[in-house]
Structure formats: C-alpha cells, structure tokens
Design a protein around this ligand. Sequence first.
Ligand code: KG4
Ligand code: ZN
Length: 340
Amino acid sequence: MSTPRLLAIETSCDETAAAVVDSSLHVHSSVISSQIDLHAAFGGVVPEVAGRAHVELLESVVAEALEVAGGTMTDPGIEAVAVTCGPGLVGSLLVGLSGAKAMAMAWGVPFIGVNHLEGHLFTAQLDTVPVGFPHLTLLVSGGHTMFIAVEAPGRYRLLGETIDDAAGEAYDKVARYLGLGYPGGPAIDALAATGDPKAVAFPRALRGDNLDVSFSGLKTSVIRYVEKHPEVSVADLAASFQEAVVDVLATKAARAAEEIGAVAIVLGGGVAANSALRARLAAVADEAGIECRLPSMAMCTDNAAMIGAAGWHRLHADGPSRLDLPANPSLPLDLLERTS
Ligand code: KG4
Ligand code: ZN
C-alpha cells in the first residue's frame, strides 16, 4: 500500500501554491505561481490585486500539482486537503480556504486548516529524516523573527523575537531606500556578495542577555550613514547591513540553542534563503557540535509543501478542522507560555 497523500494549498500573500505531500513528508509535487511581477510596480503587495490573482490562478495551480503527482481533479488520489487559514491577507486567505473546503467536500476527504507560521517551522523537515528534540527553530520571514524552542512535535516555546521590524522587513525597507526594488532580501543578498561586509561597522542591537532582537535602529543607521557619506558603495552598504543582521541572528540563535540544550538548529521563513545566514548558522551549529537543518532554497519562500507537512501534523494531533473554520489574518502561532 502506498503512503497516504494530501493536497495542500497556500494563498496567504502573493504566492498561489499547491502541493501533494505524503505522510512521510515526501513532496510529490509543489507548484508555486508567484505574483511578484504584478506587485513589483507598486513596491509591495497590493491586497486587492493579490486576491483577484489567487481567484484566477488557484484552479490551474491545483490541477497541475495533482497532475505532477499522478492524479486529476476528478480522481485526485489524496486523502485530505490542508490549507493556510492565517495569518495573512484576509482576501487572499479566503480564496484558498473556500477552494480547499469545496474540494474536500467534493472529494469526501477531511479538511485541515493550517497556521502559515507552523508551515515555515516544518520546511527543513520535507524530503528528509525527522529532526530530534528539543531543537531551536529560527523563524525569519517578512512578518516574523522568532527564536522558538520546539520541545516535541507541535510544542513551541517562544524564547525571543523582534521588538520592532522583522528581519525580512528590514531587508525590504533598506532595499527600498537604496533603490534596489522589491522584494529586497534577494537583491541585497546578491549585491552583498560583491561588497565588503566590514566596510561599515553598523551597530549590533540588543546584545544583552535576553533573546529579543531589534532591527529598526539598524535601518535608521543605514539611512544616517548614506546621508553623511553619499559616495559610499551600495555593495559595501548591502554587505555591511547584511553582516549586522546575520551577526545578531546567529549570536542569539547560538545562545538560544545552548540555553535549551538543542540537538539541532533549524531555519525557516523567507529569509532562510539568505546565503550569509545559512553559512553562519551552519558554522554556529558546527561549533556547538549539533545538527543544522536548512530548508532547500525552493522551500524557503512561501509554498504549499510546508503547509502539507504541518497539515499532517495537525491531522494526527487534532483531527480534521470544521468546515466553518474562518480565515484569521492575525492568527498567532499556538505557543506554550513564554519563559524568558
Ligand atoms: O516567508 P516569506 O516568503 O513571506 C512571509 O511570510 O513574510 O518571506 C518573505 C521575506 C521578504 O521580506 C524577503 O525580502 C525575504 O523574505 N527574503 C530574503 C531573501 N529571500 C527572501 N531576505 C534575505 N535574503 C534573501 N535571500
Ligand atoms: Zn511566509
């Protein structure tokens, strides 16, 4: 008998995505239709435009994901439908959620609502062996920067987070200021490879005892520096800014991992694609003699395979969701109480 499969759908922001994932977290298909070109002219995601694009794209993206995995819309070969129900843009979430409910009903299979953030926590576990516990997950995206102790499957303890801008948000804002376009993370990452990370010694915020971080001061420092030194090389600026971000994240990740006796450091979220962060975290884990789990590049930014992985976990832990489950644009990650 083959391993059971589910169809997963992700439409929380500007990616329309569908995937077929089995209960061993093997990815049979992962289709991502990015709307970046639609939004780039506006310098960011326009919610109204995103919602309409999801409506236009969802059916063909789902059909392609099923087809690549050997199924069809009438004979999907899946045993459940998982979908992101929050956090995200409400109009975008509703498109995926309504579609997923309709498909689950039509196919007579369970429906599972998934937290987008929990999806990111699972990306480094796709197509590989399970990771041990406890582990430290660094979740770094456009909206979140969190140091999370994962004590057991689904048991998340928040150790620290950003007190202002998320890491990805800082990349996007600095890139916009430097005229590098949207999204800013990949642009700064590429430019930084040609610059000197030691050219400008930007401040490392919050190097105190706790595990919180701050990035809004760093963004202001970049702006002040350019005002005073308009002739500075943009590549050197990008490299120095990136060095400051990565240094703070890696220092705190190392401390967090040590504090909880982690057997591994796991990375997730859009900023997990950052080349400097990946290299530094691997070095930090190596030094601590623990495993480092980096998601594949394709799984860093929003995708449905990660929603499928979290969907299997939720189905086993909680059972199916009710068909009247609402979209929740500010759905928080379900955390154990904070300890530090
Ligand atoms: O997880 P994600 O796709 O969307 C959210 O759920 O927020 O993350 C998007 C964020 C954006 O801020 C983008 O600039 C950043 O991830 N990002 C990067 C890189 N690739 C994407 N940041 C730094 N370096 C990268 N290579
Ligand atoms: Zn995301």
